[in-house]
Design a protein around this ligand. Structure first.
Ligand code: NAD
Length: 297
């Protein structure tokens, strides 16, 4: 019998297992991105995806502990629930209240991180932008908005003005975020305003250094929409989006056309989340440019 010749992975008795849990997970790009990187760097590890419903989160964490998993990513709907079963949380992860990346430490204990926020600030850094000492306007206070806000506050942003639609699910999130930052990181001045207040939004954008869209506006079916009047763009403003599909949203295209200092789409945040997770798991650098070309081009 002829054995299949192409080998994509060497799995043996020492292979360390990493994985993604949540539901659904079938669409995730993480297994391809991590397995490619393990292979490229000669790391004897494999990454799988397990469909885990919310109510089974605790059991899944116990099973991964038992099986000596090297670390695991967590997606919806388990990101908040998982924090109950971890031994400790990174400062930003604790503030966010949700973890998407769990590191198994050398002593077997589990530390929760949140790479949504880490990936966002890392992507800005790649574009030569540091949030430290910067005044930010962040549109949106859902999962991405909260992670971006908390990580930016932890990383030294001097001011964060959140805008979200009042009367919708996520406004109380923004109020809680402002309360936590005010209590825990008083050096960062945090506030929230109704997104419907266009005058307040325009004034805040005029007075900020970095404008971030962390809402679903810009993503299909809202891909022909933007929350920002392009007349507000100016040469010393940095504009960033969390939306990565399309790679360049209407807001990013209009910001580029207006000649802002930097217009940064969300695809780099997605890549950098993987890079940050890979480093936390292995202490090694993912071949980011190759991964970008191969999986996100
Ligand atoms: P979410 O459902 O948790 O939050 C959605 C946010 O969008 C809320 O603040 C909500 O009020 C706002 N919103 C929705 N429709 C709106 C509208 N019509 N007008 C104004 N505001 C509106 O979602 P999320 O997980 O925070 O995702 C938000 C965006 O960020 C999505 O486009 C998602 O693809 C993107 N995202 C990107 C990355 C990345 O790595 N680049 C990671 C996570 C999320």
């Amino acid at each position: 019998m002829k054995i299949k010749e192409e080998k994509t992975m060497n799995i043996d008795g020492h292979t360390k297992m990493y994985c993604l849990i949540g539901s659904p997970v079938g669409h995730s790009g993480s297994p391809a991105m991590y397995n490619y990187s393990f292979d490229r760097l000669g790391i004897n590890s494999a990454y799988l995806a397990y469909d885990v419903p919310l109510e089974k989160t605790g059991e899944a964490v116990a099973a991964l502990r038992l099986l000596g998993c090297g670390g695991f990513n967590v997606t919806m709907p388990c990101k908040t629930e998982v924090t109950k079963y971890l031994d400790r949380l990174s400062p930003a992860c604790e503030l966010i209240g949700a973890s998407n990346c769990v590191v198994v430490e050398a002593d077997g204990t589990l530390t929760g991180h949140n790479t949504d926020g880490l990936g966002f600030v890392a992507n800005l850094r790649v574009h030569g932008v540091d949030v430290k000492g910067r005044r930010m306007v962040i549109l949106g206070s859902g999962g991405a908005g909260t992670a971006v806000t908390m990580q930016s506050a932890v990383d030294g942003a001097s001011e964060i003005h959140i805008f979200n639609r009042k009367g919708y699910t996520f406004y109380p999130n923004a109020e809680l975020t402002v309360k936590k930052i005010t209590e825990r990181i008083p050096a960062c001045k945090a506030s929230v305003t109704d997104l419907a207040d266009k005058e307040a939004l325009a004034e805040a954008v005029r007075n900020c250094d970095i404008l971030v869209n962390a809402t679903k506006v810009g993503m299909a079916p809202l891909d022909d929409e933007t929350l920002i009047d392009p007349s507000l763009f100016r040469a010393d403003l940095v504009v960033a989006d969390t939306v990565y599909n399309p790679k360049e949203t209407r807001m990013i295209l209009e910001a580029k056309a207006a000649g802002v200092k930097a217009a940064i789409g969300g695809i780099g945040m997605l890549l950098r989340q993987g890079v940050e997770g890979f480093r936390l798991y292995t202490g090694r650098e993912m071949p980011a440019d190759e991964v970008m070309d191969k999986f996100f081009a």
